[in-house]
Design a protein around this ligand. Structure first.
Ligand SMILES: *[C@@H]1O[C@H](CO)[C@@H](O)[C@H](O)[C@H]1NC(C)=O
Ligand SMILES: *[C@@H]1O[C@H](CO)[C@@H](O)[C@H](O)[C@H]1NC(C)=O
Ligand SMILES: *[C@@H]1O[C@H](CO)[C@@H](O)[C@H](O)[C@H]1NC(C)=O
Ligand SMILES: *[C@@H]1O[C@H](CO)[C@@H](O)[C@H](O)[C@H]1NC(C)=O
Ligand SMILES: *[C@@H]1O[C@H](CO)[C@@H](O)[C@H](O)[C@H]1NC(C)=O
Ligand SMILES: *[C@@H]1O[C@H](CO)[C@@H](O)[C@H](O)[C@H]1NC(C)=O
Ligand SMILES: *[C@@H]1O[C@H](CO)[C@@H](O)[C@H](O)[C@H]1NC(C)=O
Ligand SMILES: CC(=O)N[C@H]1CO[C@H](CO)[C@@H](O)[C@@H]1O
Length: 310
C-alpha cells in the first residue's frame, strides 16, 4: 500500500517536471528508447507494454509506466511496471542500462522470475527501488556505499534467499528512510554493520533470520518502526537500547528471551507474542491499550492483560 502511494506521489512530481518544460523539445533520448525496447523484448513483449513502440516519444506519458525528467535533460528517470499476471519472463538485465533512473517500481508481477541481476547496482542514481510481490529469486543485490541517493528500498514478498550483505550497514551515510526485506527466505545472522543503520522504518518480518538483532536498536537512532516478527532471532529483550522515537515494535514469533527493556512509554503498537519472555508486564505508557494477543505464548510472562503474577 505504501508503495502505491509513493508511486503516485513520484508520478505527480514527474508530471510536474515535464509540464514545466512544455516549450522544450521532448523527444525521448535515442539511447533510452533503444534500452527500453530491449527491456520490452526481455519481458517477452507483454501486451502491458504494447504502447512501447519504436519511433514514438517515450517521454510525455506515451509509453506505459515511463516518465522523463526535465531536471535530467529529458532522460528516463521513472519506470513503473506492475499488476500483470500475464507478464512472464526473467528479470530484464537491461534495466541496469537506464543510467538516469531515479525511481524503479516493479511489483505485483507473480510470473516475473529469475534472479535480480547484479548489474542493477550500476543504477547509483536510484532514490526509490521497489521489487515486490514478484517471483524473483536468488540473493538480494549487494548495494554498496555508492548508493548514496537511496531513500526507499522495498524487496518484500519475493523468493529471495541468502544473507544480508554487510554493505547494507553502510547505508548510514545515505538518505535511506526505509528498508523492507520482509516475506522472503533470507537467512543467517544479521551483519554487525547494521548497527550503523539509522532509518525510520525497518521490516525484516517472515524470513529465516537467526541470532542477535539487538544491533538494529539504539537510543541515538531515529527509528519509528521495527518489525522483525516471524524469524528465529534469539537475544535478551531486556537489554535492548530503544530509541526515544520508536512507536511500533513487532518481535512476535521468534525465540527472544528476558524481560521488557526500559524506555517503552512512547510505544503505541507492540507485539511480543510467541517468544520466551518472562516476568511482569510493565504498566507504562500505552501498555494498558495492548490486548492479550500482544503477549500470548511466552515462557512465563504475567500481569495485565495476562493473569496476575503470583
Ligand atoms: C490490477 O489488474 C486487475 C486486472 O487487470 C484490475 O482489475 C485491478 O484493478 C488492478 N489493480 C490495481 C491496483 O491497479
Ligand atoms: C492477459 O491475457 C489474457 C489472455 O491472453 C487477455 O485476455 C488479457 O487481456 C491479458 N491481460 C492483460 C492485463 O494484459
Ligand atoms: C502466472 O502465475 C499464475 C499464478 O500466480 C499462474 O496461474 C498462471 O498460469 C501464470 N501465467 C503465465 C502466463 O505464466
Ligand atoms: C559486496 O560488495 C562489497 C564491496 O564492493 C564486497 O567487498 C563484497 O565482497 C561483496 N559481497 C558479495 C556477497 O558479493
Ligand atoms: C528457504 O531456504 C532454506 C535454506 O536456507 C531451504 O531449506 C528452504 O527450502 C527454503 N524455503 C523456500 C520456501 O524456498
Ligand atoms: C517519549 O517522548 C517524549 C516526547 O517526545 C520524550 O521527551 C521522552 O524522552 C520519550 N521517552 C522515552 C522513554 O523515550
Ligand atoms: C501479535 O502476533 C500474533 C502472532 O502473529 C497475532 O496472532 C496477534 O494477532 C498479534 N497481535 C497484535 C495486537 O498485533
Ligand atoms: C562506510 C562508512 O563510511 N561508514 C560510516 C557511516 O557513518 C558512521 C558515522 O555515522 C561512521 O562511523 C562509519 O564509518
Amino acid at each position: 500500500m505504501s508503495t502505491i502511494i509513493t508511486n503516485l506521489f513520484l508520478l505527480f512530481i514527474f508530471i510536474f517536471l515535464s509540464q514545466t518544460t512544455s516549450s522544450l523539445s521532448k523527444r525521448c533520448h535515442p539511447e533510452d528508447e533503444r534500452v527500453l525496447l530491449q527491456i520490452k523484448k526481455e519481458f517477452n513483449n507483454p501486451s502491458l507494454l504494447s504502447s512501447w513502440k519504436p519511433h514514438t516519444d517515450c517521454c510525455n506519458f506515451n509509453w506505459y509506466g515511463v516518465a522523463c525528467s526535465a531536471l535530467i535533460n529529458q532522460r528516463v528517470g521513472y519506470l513503473s511496471i506492475s499488476n500483470d499476471t500475464n507478464l512472464s519472463s526473467q528479470f530484464p538485465p537491461s534495466i541496469a542500462n537506464i543510467p538516469y533512473l531515479e525511481a524503479l517500481f516493479i511489483f505485483d508481477l507473480p510470473n516475473l522470475t529469475g534472479p535480480i541481476p547484479h548489474s542493477i547496482t550500476k543504477l547509483t542514481k536510484l532514490k526509490y527501488l521497489t521489487i515486490s510481490s514478484t517471483g524473483v529469486t536468488g540473493p538480494i543485490p549487494n548495494f554498496t556505499d555508492q548508493f548514496t541517493n537511496l531513500v526507499n528500498l522495498d524487496l518484500s514478498h519475493n523468493n529471495l534467499f541468502g544473507t544480508i550483505p554487510p554493505t547494507y550497514g553502510y547505508f548510514n551515510n545515505s538518505n535511506v528512510a526505509s528498508l523492507d526485506l520482509s516475506y522472503n527466505n533470507l537467512s543467517g545472522k544479521l551483519p554487525i554493520s547494521l548497527a550503523m543503520l539509522d532509518i525510520y522504518l525497518l521490516e525484516l518480518a517472515y524470513n529465516n533470520f537467526e541470532g542477535d538483532a539487538s544491533m538494529l536498536f539504539g537510543s541515538n537512532k531515529k527509528t519509528l518502526v521495527i518489525d522483525i516478527s516471524g524469524n528465529r532471532f534469539a537475544f535478551d529483550f531486556g537489554r535492548l537500547d530503544l530509541s526515544q522515537t520508536i512507536t511500533s515494535l513487532d518481535v512476535s514469533h521468534n525465540k527472544i528471551y528476558g524481560n521488557f527493556p526500559m524506555a517503552m512509554e512512547n510505544v503505541t503498537f507492540l507485539n511480543v507474542s510467541y517468544n520466551r519472555l518472562c516476568g511482569e508486564i510493565p504498566k507504562v505508557g500505552y501498555f494498558n491499550t495492548f490486548d492479550v494477543s500482544s503477549f500470548i505464548h511466552n515462557k512465563c510472562l504475567c500481569g495485565s492483560p495476562l493473569p496476575s503474577c503470583k
